[in-house]
Design a protein around this ligand. Sequence first.
Ligand code: AMP
Length: 460
Amino acid sequence: MPSFSEFSLDDDVLAAVQAAGYEVPTQIQVQTIPSALEGRDVLGIAQTGTGKTAAFSLPMISLLKRGRARARLPRSLVITPTRELAAQIAENFVMYSAGSNLQMALLIGGVSFAEQLALIDRGVDVLIATPGRLLDHFGRGKLLLSGVQILVVDEADRMLDMGFIPDIERIFKLTPFTRQTLFFSATMAKEIERIADEFLSNPVRVEVTQRATVSSDINQAVFMFRPSSKSQDFKERRAVLRKILKEKDNEVTNGIIFCNRKVSVDILTKSMKIHGFECDAIHGDLEQSNRMKVLEAFRDGSIQFLVASDVASRGLDIPNVSHVFNFDVPIEPENYVHRIGRTGRAGRRGAALTICGPTEKARLTAIEELTEFDLPKTEIDVPPGHFSSQRQRKSRVKDKRELREESGTKAAVPTVGTQLEDIAAEKQSTEENLPPVVGMGEHVPDFLNRSFSKEASASE
Ligand code: AMP
């Protein structure tokens, strides 16, 4: 395995890599960095967690250091499907470009556009944006894309899922034909292959993971549970989760608990809080400022658990997640792979524990077929106090009341119908159709208002 110093990276970039504590480059970095530094187009097939952000950022910063930004003409552009990913990439750029006098701006919902546009007006080296926001500002004549020398498209497969491909095609056409393109996707669907064929010029193809492979650093296990009745499933499942959390107390540093439905996320979060767990919810219906706040609390360890919908299963870079829990078996087998990819990242060990009821066995089989792995299964009993059918009947009214109180809604008892509706809604939930959010309050990252370099920001 080569070392970072063998690449022709800029000295400041090498220093930043060292300061980040990276000892050796990851596989995608080994394959991408030399070609990107030579100005070649790169088609990278890699999932989040492989180190792909550094794979494109490090050569970009090295190349961009050799030029100057011009007013309203960003020199490079990073397109990414969600605000969270854009913010993560921006944080990485700040880290890797310490000491480089590069200017960056972010065009995503939830940040002050006035300030970002003022930056663009003066000239930025790196513009990080979601497709809709970028085209919106382009359409209003606020920026020109004819100065883009390097274009990065990140998580192209997710753009496809979210319906952004026409936007991406437009963006490609608005940037100069001579640009360098670094294009990343976790999978190569036909449509993605077509875009890559059309817009990349003789790319170096690098592939670090096969589709739907699960890291061997993740210990996987399934807890098979049998609710006393269908109506008790949700309540008893919560009790089973608490039992698992109690049993694993010594091993679990922190964890993400995934649910198929937003309503389950909300109810489970409230229920866990009542039972004394430090946790919070994240799903697509929450305001951006709220999502950022929750993520920050999880990152800095002030909450131990993140209860999440599939919106959070892809792309979120939260280092050191010791456990992923599947409160229910994901409906799409690919989502299982994305969910559990939040743990066991960058060479660390992780665990993925799934609760499976009798009606979810077919989904489990689909996951096993997709990942070509027989998941180890153990039976788990519903803890005492949640099982007696007599008590169950008597307490049904109380349970419904409890559910309503926990959820704050009147129609919170889940049904298959609402489950499917909810999943369909979740799928459609793109960053563009979320409720408009103004500002990020105290969580506006300070890099948004200043240059990468300390000297430049001091002089502003
Ligand atoms: P990414 O795939 O870009 O989301 O990166 C996943 C995680 O790996 C991030 O937390 C990075 O900080 C980390 N990382 C990237 N490159 C390296 C490296 N060469 N050595 C150790 N960690 C790395």
